[in-house]
Design a protein around this ligand. Structure first.
Ligand code: BES
Ligand code: ZN
Ligand code: ZN
Length: 498
């Protein structure tokens, strides 16, 4: 466990991080802290290799007793600076240093940054960025060198932070809790699919509620799911040797009279496509198809850790989509919990099927709002790429609030349309609806027809659907390593807080 510290002075450290805006000399930043370093700073300032460009890094070794290294980090142009830039810079510095086996790091925060943000926000952002950056899925690396080292001590030095120590320390705790929840989500996602089975997901939920007894977890097993007549969920789960689990997590932190926000997350622990099997190249990474489910688990964990005064229910239909003699078939007709019949056009459009029963179930809680997170369509990825999620909503207010929360959390979304043409496209000749459909062409508007399918099951409740095109990446970034990225937790916490 990393120890975090807020301080007004620079302690003995392996590395002092000094942030610099593009075009500014670093000297102004260090001067008020410790004139001892001044000659080095001036020297670096004369070298043209460090200009303060965003994410630029330059390390010098001052030969000082207290400070082994000074790392200059570029913040980019001051006018473009946001809290996300800060988190990226902090994360990138953390990864660079962790890779050099440096475990005692001090972030010096100059007044020019302190002026821009509140103490709590700034310390929370810093700590969350460090936590997320330091995480590496290295369980299967057998060589010690390939594993990430634990960070021992992170000190955040800033006059205004030290003055407002109570708030800053609260921020530190928040940053840790959100970072931890995001990393828990990433660990679940990164785990190989023959280990991360529906049962394993259910165990992860139970582990969370052991750690946070305020969270009440119920796991529905096959007989109970059958009793509830979740025919769509059962249909998808049939092909797998692993039994499905319907995970219910409840956190009643708000007033008794307040209706809960129900979060739903797709928990397909592996999506082979089923009998409509995916081609080789499209099956890779389908262990991540449970990241919506993991995100709503992580969110309720973080909500409990932060003691949010809100009522929250997380629902995760967890199953595997596999081909076999027992698998559901294209041409099958499934009946959802609410009686809606669904013609199966493609067994690879399984996410909407399992979510339809979860949405039906959500109404039992008389929800204030329903928000679902799902890796629902490749089409959303085609439309938006991998750094932004698609947002669908039947309510402008929920859409606006979610968009604002996502922006504040640095997890951008873009609203995509629901509408009559998409709802028409999923009508079936022989059942109420079908699980595929396009507008103009079978492959057109796939993200919108997927969302329109879910909409069928939403009664008169404000609802938002996030098509998670952005929850994992093959490619690491300077501030986060490759694999699952914990997308959704930070936004949902921000959303629930407001
Ligand atoms: N899990 C996939 C969607 C997906 C694909 C997410 C790639 C992230 C990366 C989903 O179950 C799926 O296969 N959707 C199909 C739907 C189609 C058959 C209507 C798709 O998008 O191709
Ligand atoms: Zn699929
Ligand atoms: Zn899927």
């Amino acid at each position: 466990m990393t120890k975090y510290n807020i301080s007004g002075v620079i302690p003995k450290t392996e590395c002092l991080i000094v942030p610099v805006f593009e075009g500014q000399t670093p000297e102004a930043f260090l001067k008020p802290i410790d004139p001892v370093f001044f000659p080095y700073v001036q020297y670096v300032a004369t070298l043209k290799d460090f200009t303060g460009k965003k994410l630029q890094q330059s390390v010098i070794f001052p030969g000082d007793e207290l400070v082994d290294r000074i790392m200059y980090v570029g913040l980019g142009k001051e006018k473009d600076f946001t809290i996300h830039t800060w988190k990226q810079v902090v994360g990138a510095a953390t990864i660079s240093l962790q890779d050099r086996r440096v475990d005692t790091i001090t972030f010096f925060i100059p007044d020019s940054i302190l002026e821009k943000f509140e103490a709590e926000l700034l310390s929370a952002a810093t700590v969350a960025a460090v936590e997320v950056a330091a995480y590496k899925y290295d369980r299967y690396k057998t060589e010690a060198d390939a594993k990430a080292i634990d960070l021992k001590q992170i000190t955040i030095v800033g006059k205004a932070l030290a003055k407002d120590k109570r708030r800053s320390e609260r921020g530190v705790l928040e940053g840790q809790q959100i970072g931890e929840a995001a990393n828990m989500v990433r660990e679940l996602g990164n785990t190989p699919p023959s280990i991360m089975t529906p049962e394993h997901m259910a165990e992860a939920a139970q582990k969370i509620s052991k750690e946070y007894p305020e969270i009440h977890t119920t796991i529905l097993s096959l007989p109970q799911i059958k009793k509830l007549k979740m025919g769509c969920f059962l249909g998808v789960a049939k092909g797998s040797d692993y039994e499905p689990k319907f995970i219910i997590m409840e956190y009643w932190g708000g007033r008794k009279t307040e209706k809960p926000v129900v979060l739903i997350g797709k928990g397909v622990t592996f999506d082979s496509g089923g009998l409509s099997i995916k081609p080789t190249d499209f099956m890779i990474n389908m262990k991540y198809d449970m990241l919506g489910g993991a995100a709503v688990m992580g969110t309720i964990q973080a909500a409990a850790a932060l003691k949010l005064k809100r009522n929250i229910v997380s629902l995760i239909p967890a199953c595997e989509n596999m081909p076999s003699g027992k698998a559901y078939r294209p041409d099958d007709i499934l009946t959802a919990m609410n009686g809606t019949t669904v013609e199966v056009g493609n067994t690879d459009a399984e996410g909407r099927l399992i979510l339809s029963d979860a949405i039906c179930y959500a109404h039992k809680f008389q929800p204030k709002e329903i928000i679902d997170l799902a890796t629902l369509t490749g089409a959303c990825m085609v439309a938006l790429g991998t750094e932004r999620a698609g947002l669908f909503a039947n309510d402008d207010n929920v859409a606006a609030r979610y968009t604002a929360a996502a922006s504040a959390a640095g997890e951008e979304v873009w609203r995509l349309p629901l509408g009559e043409e998409y709802s028409e496209a999923i009508k079936s000749d022989i059942a109420d609806i079908q699980n595929v459909g396009g507008v103009g062409h079978p492959r057109y508007a796939g993200a919108s027809t997927g969302a329109a399918f879910l909409q069928v099951f939403v009664k008169d409740v404000p609802w938002a659907h996030l098509d998670l095109s952005s929850c994992y990446s093959d490619r690491g970034r300077p501030w986060i390593r490759s694999g699952a990225n914990g997308y959704g937790v930070a936004t949902l916490i921000e959303y629930l807080r407001k």
